[in-house]
Write a protein that binds this ligand. Sequence first.
Ligand SMILES: N[C@H](CCC[C@H](N)C(=O)O)C(=O)O
Length: 296
Amino acid sequence: MQISFTKMQGAGNDFVVLDETRGPLGLSAAQYRWLADRHFGVGADQILSVRPAPQAMAGQVDFEYVIHNADGGEVEQCGNGARCFARYVFDKGLTRQSRLRVLTKAGVITPQLQPDGRVTVNMGRPRLAPQEVPFDSVGLTAQRVGRADVWQLPLQGVAGLDAVQVTVLSMGNPHAVQRVDDVASAPVQQVGAAIERHAAFPQRVNAGFVQVLARDRIALRVFERGAGETLACGTGACAAVVAGILWDALDSRVDVVTRGGVLTIEWSADPACDVLMTGPAETVFEGTVCIPELSD
Ligand SMILES: N[C@H](CCC[C@H](N)C(=O)O)C(=O)O
């Protein structure tokens, strides 16, 4: 199947963007995996599909945004992708609005294009209850740090660790966030992979590693569910700042330094309040590719 695509990146988290406004391409999980493959396909952390608003929500939302991880699995939310989504539909002339209502599996988000080229997205409120993540806490113990539960997550001797201490929350997708002294030397590959597939997370999880640099600045690395470590994770940055504020370690506006760039996250510390994320969104190149017939 010959298709056109646009390659984009937001703080180094990279995407293949597909225009499905004239109808779905009907790709299989194996074909999403092929598109994401950095050797046999195009290469990306996630595949983003731009679809029209569902008929049932005409007038309530402007577009539907569907996300697949590099492993081919569909997921609820992607923050860096949301900024690229907004940049894409505006630059392609699919909208003349600079503020959009975008339907995702996790609900409606509202990206806003900024005059300086960055994009601000209202990512909705954080979900803190274990069952909303989902996180199976049966048999696990937690201690309170500030206003957060910090769970003792047993590991079978991974990287010489018997356990890690994580705060667990959802930004529509699941996150387990731990504080480390130095992100550069943190065992992200080994420990991140063990957390991603830990039995306490029935739908797996994104594993964040946070170093607090100041009350308004953190460094962050994320081992993403279905993609491995990425240069940046937008929902991971939101989750890390929410956790840090609940730990009483951060103020309400935080610059998140990732390996691919800086994101700015704002949250007022009220669980009923939405999280705002601001960051870059860039088009890298346009292309066409012939996707092989691959079934799951
Ligand atoms: N790996 C994530 C989806 C992509 C999130 C990330 N790229 C972002 O910018 O939020 C998950 O499985 O929930």
